[in-house]
Design a binder for this molecule. Structure first.
Ligand SMILES: Cc1cc2nc3c(=O)[nH]c(=O)nc-3n(C[C@H](O)[C@H](O)[C@H](O)COP(=O)(O)OP(=O)(O)OC[C@H]3O[C@@H](n4cnc5c(N)ncnc54)[C@H](O)[C@@H]3O)c2cc1C
Length: 474
């Protein structure tokens, strides 16, 4: 039997594994995280803290599999602009088939009923008119919001089913893959314990699926095979996490949960979009060890009075600059430096007036994350801030109140996407038998498409090793 290494068991790795359970291949799964049932619970859920800590939070640390454990919102519609670019790779119908499989799997494993958020004809007419008058473009999507509180049960249940169906699977938890390199037509993989390093091992594999996520994208660039791949520079999104009253956004929240609204800035013609809305949710830090970003999540049962969402300005670079990730990380580090190590918070009114926020004591909106008051304009480029302010002003036509002076802006909210790697329709790179999936491939930007890319790779490997299954089988 051939041997396959699967590196990373986040959203994409899990669904690749689902496809490979019981296949004619010995699968070795490596993840730096502990077993799913031991992944750290949020200290707020445990009642140990009342707000997120300003710095490190284990909820967002490496090994926690990001969005399939935090908030766990899954976009279910095949869209050319939302959640990734698989639409361009495999087309609408094929992407929708995979997203339907993911929806079915999650709903089957959910411990409670999770409603699919689906706008009706009246909602669509409403948003089309409002968005047009605001100078924005609405993109249709259906989504599932599982919530951080349901995420552990859903993921654990999916994994248990895979394990039961997969005697061909060997798990290496708490294990960091140090390197993967070509050895003739095979791959040499070197790994060590993540928490207690010191005993490196090497193992040879015939095939490899790499799914280390955005957090592992840099690791990918340092591997021996990387120079042999066909790659194109990735994009960065730089923006803020907006926190406002849920009363200002309640109509769109009720109708859409998260309407995808795109805007072209008048100032610089940049694309500005909203992302990751969390009605009645909480802002959280996202700890990357050497810098701290902000993010947001919400729960199915426990609610705040605020809504938070990201407003992001997208940038791509042309020659000679080739390192968009370094650009966004540098901006993030400047913000952290000004804030004494964590995120900054500023009232929208203070940003407009060019002054630092000093206190939030009498502010209408109470923050759900403790962050240092300051001045984001000391760290962010002017065109980015102009784009953000223009976006919030346009949104104010749809959600009156969001552009109030009291609205809170947290920085840094930066998303850097890895280089885009050329792949086949089954996510196989130009290095034979090497598949790169999920956000590290840059083809995906969210749980739904990351998981879809995992299914595609799993199907590709199954076809290679000789036991293809029916697409869409749950
Ligand atoms: C806080 C947060 C909240 C988010 N919320 C949402 C959301 O609600 N909805 C949404 O659609 N998207 C969300 N996202 C984005 C989403 O998480 C990603 O798009 C998705 O998880 C990508 O899946 P992936 O499999 O590529 O990577 P990940 O899910 O990040 O998984 C990567 C895995 O690889 C492991 N790994 C990395 N390097 C190594 C190595 N060298 N050796 C061994 N293991 C390794 C990691 O431990 C991890 O388990 C969120 C992201 C964050 C950070």
């Amino acid at each position: 039997m051939q041997k396959l290494a699967l590196v990373g068991l986040g959203a994409s790795g899990l669904f690749a594994l689902k496809e490979l359970a019981g296949a004619n291949v010995e699968v070795h799964v490596f993840d730096v995280g502990p077993t799913y049932d031991k992944r750290y619970p949020c200290p707020i859920d445990q009642g140990k803290l009342s707000v997120c800590p300003p710095k490190a939070c284990s909820y967002c640390a490496p090994g926690q599999s990001a969005g399939s454990w935090n908030d766990f919102k899954v976009i279910l519609s095949a869209s050319p602009v939302i959640g990734g670019r698989l639409y361009d790779l495999i087309g609408e119908q094929e992407l929708q088939k995979r997203l339907d499989t993911i929806r079915h799997t999650i709903l089957t494993h959910a411990p409670v009923e999770i409603p699919v958020v689906k706008p009706d004809a009246e909602d669509l007419e409403w948003i089309h008119k409002k968005a047009t008058l605001a100078g924005m473009t609405y993109h249709y999507q259906e989504l599932l919001h599982c919530g951080s509180d349901n995420a552990p049960a859903i993921n654990t249940s999916i994994l248990n089913e895979i394990t039961a169906k997969g005697p061909n699977i060997v798990f290496h938890w708490d294990t960091k893959v140090l390197s993967l390199s070509r050895r003739g037509e095979q791959f040499a993989l070197v790994y060590d314990s993540y928490r207690k390093p010191g005993e490196e091992h090497e193992e040879i594999f015939d095939l490899a699926i790499l799914s280390p996520g955005r957090g592992g994208a840099n690791w990918l660039t340092q591997q021996e095979f990387y120079k042999a791949l066909d790659i194109y520079p990735g994009q960065v999104d730089i923006g803020v996490r907006v926190e406002t009253s849920c009363f200002f956004t309640e109509e769109v929240d009720r109708r859409f949960y998260e309407p995808k609204l795109y805007y072209q800035s008048r100032h610089a013609n940049d694309v500005v979009r909203n992302f990751c809305s969390n009605p009645k949710g909480y802002v959280t830090p996202e700890n990357h060890r050497d810098y701290v970003l902000v993010n947001g999540h919400s729960k199915m049962f426990e609610k705040s009075e605020n809504n938070n969402f990201a407003v992001l300005v997208s940038k791509t670079f042309t020659r000679p600059f080739k390192n968009p990730q370094l650009y966004s990380q540098t901006i993030a580090k400047i913000v952290n430096m000004l804030a004494g190590g964590g995120p900054l918070i500023q009232r929208l009114g203070d940003l407009r007036s060019g002054r630092r926020t000093k206190s939030l004591t009498n502010n209408l909106i109470k923050p759900t994350l403790e962050a240092e008051c300051g001045d984001i304009s000391l760290a962010y480029p002017h065109r980015i801030l102009e784009g953000i302010i223009e976006y919030i002003d346009a949104l104010n036509h749809i959600c009156p109140g969001v552009a109030d002076d009291s609205t809170l802006l947290y920085a840094p909210e930066c998303k850097s996407y890895p280089d885009s790697i050329a792949v086949s329709k089954n996510m196989e790179t130009n290095v034979p038998n090497l598949y790169i999936i999920g956000d590290s491939s840059s083809w995906t930007r969210g749980v739904g498409q990351a998981a879809s890319s995992g299914l595609l790779a799993g199907e590709g490997v199954r076809q290679k090793v000789g036991t293809a299954t029916k697409i869409g089988a749950a």
